[in-house]
Ligand binder design. Structure first.
Ligand code: MRU
Length: 363
């Protein structure tokens, strides 16, 4: 990765766009989400290895955003290698795919995007590396633009599910920062607010990396959408008090039967919503659906470093050498989902048939 550039004041062009291609430098630029909201720092990536690092260390995070970054990781590597001979180019590209595929395991958008890039590579074998590099870059732009279109479309469909006045609880950050822009769960909220609905948000802080407290709050404040921070353990109390009208979350991978993985703690929120009769919505683009997996039991769950649970930043609060578990995601069974909101439609009580219908050609 190139030297970080602190753009705390001002950063308007990238404010709700976590990543973008910079043609002048031939680099992928991204907002470093590890240091938000204290600082708005841009990082530039000029190789697949630096993009894989950025995904692993969560400079860029959120399933669709990871997918877009991986696509650009391939494009940037192709550009870097475009002057080498065909054999060297092919070997370098194959190593780049492998590296990016190993960066994070749960968000299926990563593998979905790499598959799209692989298809371009496979269909352009007879071209020169420079031409292939151009076509891969074009495909990355298309993946980014398609995610933005999907978010707008699912946002509008999801907004119709919310009452005119509502307090919505969300977990983690499924906003502009987690996508190409606009967001999935937060896209639904943005669309509802744009329609004139009076929506306020309760944001779980989202231990251990605080995506809710740091990122969701930052984004919604910038859009002047009323938002209140709570700790994860307050969600049940808020529901019991009648302070939650609906829950909307994003997803990292949705199995063919509607079970889905999302940020650790989501399952707990879904169980609580069910207990209190509160609608529980999942908002995600079709690229988050993994039709190869029969159920959520087969979703690979990333286990991250113990240090994330023992403290934050420089601050350590657990004694040294304690046993720690740090699964980054959990799986919520489909039976707890009131509706799945996608760009192709809303599936109520999602199951295999409802999800398969989203992919039917006549839609
Ligand atoms: O570990 P993260 O921050 O990448 O986890 C992100 C989430 O769990 C999001 O809710 C999910 O990716 C959906 S983003 C639209």
């Amino acid at each position: 990765m190139a030297e970080p550039r602190d753009t705390t004041e001002p950063c308007a062009p990238l404010s709700v766009q976590p990543l973008r291609w910079d043609e002048a430098s031939g680099c992928l630029q991204m907002i470093d989400q590890r240091v938000l909201p204290a600082r708005v720092v841009l990082l530039s990536c000029d190789s697949a290895a630096s993009v894989a690092d950025a995904i692993r260390s969560m400079v860029v995070r959120g399933a669709p955003s990871i997918g877009c970054a991986a696509a650009y990781g391939i494009a940037v590597e192709a550009r870097r290698l475009q002057q080498v001979d065909r054999a060297g180019f092919a070997a370098g590209m194959s190593a780049a795919f492998e590296l990016l595929a190993q960066s994070r395991p749960t968000a299926v958008n990563l593998f979905w995007a790499l598959q799209r890039m692989q298809e371009v590579l496979a269909s352009t074998q007879s071209q020169s590396p420079a031409v292939i590099a151009g076509l891969l870059l074009r495909q990355s732009h298309e993946i980014l633009a398609a995610n933005m279109r999907a978010n707008r479309a699912l946002g509008a469909l999801g907004a119709a599910l919310l009452p005119h006045t509502a307090q919505v609880l969300t977990h983690c950050n499924a906003g502009a920062l987690a996508t190409a822009g606009y967001g999935t769960a937060l896209g639904v909220i943005r669309a509802a607010v744009a329609e004139g609905k009076r929506i306020s948000v309760l944001a779980d802080e989202t231990r251990p990396l605080l995506q809710g407290a740091r990122l969701t709050l930052w984004e919604l404040q910038r859009d002047h959408i009323p938002v209140t921070l709570i700790t994860d353990s307050m969600a049940g109390h808020m529901m019991q008090q009648g302070s939650v009208d609906a829950v909307i979350v994003g997803a990292d991978r949705i199995a063919a039967n509607g079970d889905f993985a999302n940020k650790i703690g989501t399952y707990m929120v879904a169980v609580l919503a069910h207990r209190h009769g509160i609608p529980f919505y999942v908002a995600a683009p079709l690229s988050t659906i993994d039709r190869q997996l029969a159920s959520g039991a087969a979703i690979p769950i990333e286990e991250r470093d113990a240090a994330e649970v023992c403290g934050f930043g420089e601050l350590r609060w657990a004694p040294a050498d304690v046993a720690v578990r740090n699964p980054a995601f959990d799986v919520t069974p489909a039976e707890l989902v009131t509706a799945l909101i996608t760009e192709n439609g809303v599936v109520r009580s999602p199951d295999g048939a409802g999800i398969a219908a989203l992919f039917a050609p006549q839609r």
